[in-house]
Design a protein around this ligand. Sequence first.
Ligand SMILES: NC(=O)C1=CN([C@@H]2O[C@H](COP(=O)(O)OP(=O)(O)OC[C@H]3O[C@@H](n4cnc5c(N)ncnc54)[C@H](OP(=O)(O)O)[C@@H]3O)[C@@H](O)[C@H]2O)C=CC1
Ligand SMILES: CC(=O)N[C@@H](CCC(=O)OP(=O)(O)O)C(=O)O
Length: 342
Amino acid sequence: MNAGIVGSTGYGGIELYRLLANHPYTEKCIMYTSSQQGGAYSEVYPHVSDLMDDPLRDVEEAEGIDTMFIAAPPGVSAELTPLLSKKGIRVIDLSGDLRLKKSGEYEKWYGRTAAPEEMTEAAVYGLSEINREKIRNADILSNPGCYPTASLLGLAPLLKHQQADTGSIIIDAKSGVSGAGRKAGLGTHYSELNENLKVYKPGEHQHTPEIEQQLSEWAAGPVTISFTPHLVPMTRGILTTMYVQLNEPVSTESLLDSYRTFYENDPFVRIRKPGNYPQTKEVTGSNFCDIGLKVDERTGRAVIAAVIDNLMKGAAGQAVQNYNLMNGWDERTGLKFVPMYP
Ligand SMILES: NC(=O)C1=CN([C@@H]2O[C@H](COP(=O)(O)OP(=O)(O)OC[C@H]3O[C@@H](n4cnc5c(N)ncnc54)[C@H](OP(=O)(O)O)[C@@H]3O)[C@@H](O)[C@H]2O)C=CC1
Ligand SMILES: CC(=O)N[C@@H](CCC(=O)OP(=O)(O)O)C(=O)O
């Protein structure tokens, strides 16, 4: 099986290379660029010297590829996916281009022209644990956003079991700076970021409709959330802390039991014990999503904490998990990493 990476020079691209280089069923990995054709990949990333010195190529020349991973800014996949599909190449898109199904939503939140409707319709939303059966048959896979992955995995059991007051959901999210990509601007300059913490895009972040779309499907009715992301001075990691009013009283122990049952066949979701809340460092470099929670009996709210590595379960890791499912392989193939610690 041969794979290609569009956007290979970015953070999502280099993380995909790290995974595919060790993937037993991927013979070749071809690296594409829109700006640095001809140069060796190891010139962009010297840490892969002697491992990947192949020249970077132009995607227009793509051939002999079975699956193309697209890890490029918004708008690229909307244009490229129809062309690749026509060539019979399966697409796994890490951007937000194919995630929003409702007409007008992409234009509203991303401020640009949406992909052709038939592409968005054909794209399967790749939240692996929830959509496994559809993913197995996908030719176009839309990989979830980093914040939506942590938020949705943390909320799925409550929503699917109709235990949540769906008008009450607050998601307070924090991300490491690699989430902004390699070419991020001034806001990610060391001296702006170091010893600092800030809110950005409260109520207007592009992942809001993606989370609402999935929650509404589970709740079988419209769900509106309050979603506030924060930028944290660390390289990798996302922590989402979610506050949900419960419909009926339930104990922490019993809610944790129902989460454990819900995810019992999902090797990458780990549910913590009562009183144990996951930390971003505990999943770094791995494809795990770790979840801890407490029912605050005083307020009747569940407080749920979910952590992921934004470049792994939030991007390249989940993309490879979906690649495995699409090819009928064990979904853990090439992903059996113990998290890096400390
Ligand atoms: N970073 C993260 O944690 C996550 C990122 N994502 C999404 O994945 C995508 C990639 O993000 P990330 O790797 O962080 O971003 P980066 O900015 O690090 O890299 C993006 C890469 O895209 C390439 N690119 C730019 N313009 C074009 C173009 N017109 N055509 C083709 N390629 C282009 C660039 O490489 P070159 O100039 O060589 O072509 C660049 O290296 C984004 O859509 C992002 O939103 C999703 C989940 C998490
Ligand atoms: C820290 C940080 O800046 N994170 C990025 C995540 C972007 C992303 O993943 O964008 P799409 O999934 O929409 O392509 C952001 O908040 O915009």
